[in-house]
Write a protein of this length. Sequence first.
Length: 457
Amino acid sequence: MNTQEKRTLVIRVNLTRGLTTLLTLALLLTLSGGILMMTRHAQAQEPQNVESPQADLGSAFTYQGYLEDGSSPVNSTCDFQFSLWDASSGGSQVGSTQTKTSLAVNDGFFTAPNLDFGTGSFTGSERHLQISVRCPAGSGSYTNLTGRAALAAAPYALSLMPGATVSSDATSGSVFKAVSSATSGDPAGLYGEANSATGAGVSGWNLSSSGGYAVYGNNTASTGTPYGVYGIAANGGSATSYGVYGKSNSSVGTGVGGIAPTNGVYGEASNSSGTTWGVYGKSNSASGYGVYSNGNAHVEGDLTWKAKTSYVSVSTAAFIPESYGTSTYVDYQNEGYYLINEDSGSQWFVAPVQLPHGAVVTDLQVGWGDGSNVSATVYLRRRSMIDVTESGVTMAQVTSVGTFGSTHEGVWNDDTIDDATIDNAHYTYYLDVGMQDSAEDIKLYGVVIEYTITEIY
């Protein structure tokens, strides 16, 4: 190396004891998670077609320098101490001091191998190297060289600093590639971490106006349980968390979409107790759907919903006299929308009731028109299909209320229901209405049965 070339590679710092030292400026290269410091010799040829490393280089690097005593290069064996700092003066030390003993210095040049300040020492912030030396090795005290050497990054390593952008106009391949070649364990090709409550460990943006992927995952495994994209919400407390969360701002978009030969979207709730959801859907639109199927829907297990109130109405057209078809003629008037007993004696009328299995009856409502001094009563009853000798058991009843000569019309009810859960596997259900004699002024207008249901029917 000639004199002109050497001056482009060194800086001059003074020893406190009057010595002068020349240190090479180094280039910082980031390779596969490791840091390499190397001297650039003038006109050196870069290696070609270097194969990718097969193992992690670690965080150690090599430092080369040039040491003079006065104006003469040092030829001796010396001890060196290297410490890393976050400022050119003062500041805080990063990592621990590295001591290298008995390093050969030939014509001023020396090499300090395997300086390792830890994997977290180089994060993109400025770093300065302070060097102390004693010559000959093993005697005397260390002397700090005046001034710390700033560690500069190679041009392409600058693109890996926080906030930097790696850009390429290539139409195929990847702009940045991280590879984990391990075939066992739990390695990650790319790992992202965020500590902000609104931050993202890994974020992807696609600015194309015609499609593409913001985040894309491709797993080529043909055995086991491969995942294209896998997400875990690790919070084990009461927070509402999502393993994978998708959102679309398009009026015709989909938050999370899946296409597969078998399962387009698959969800499983692994808890064996409590109220859990394999797939949960919610729509805030009154005309929208939390879950929508365009085609057949199949359920293995019960299909339930939040308790829903519904009604069964029974018009008077459904009622027939209990003594119909006997030798005794029953005189009554049934117009379909009202029923009157016109017989001289008390009469009973009956009508069937069809309620959904599993429903819970909550109210029996009866419409009356009563202008008499007698009363009539509607009964909701059930009869056992197992014990055929059992008579009808009353679940609820509503009696008319009136005064002779003054008609009272309205709806009266009974919301105290016995044996309220409908069991169509073991019982039949019907309405009984008893009307006394001289009840021509009592009209039955109809019956409404209110119930709640959580099951399909």
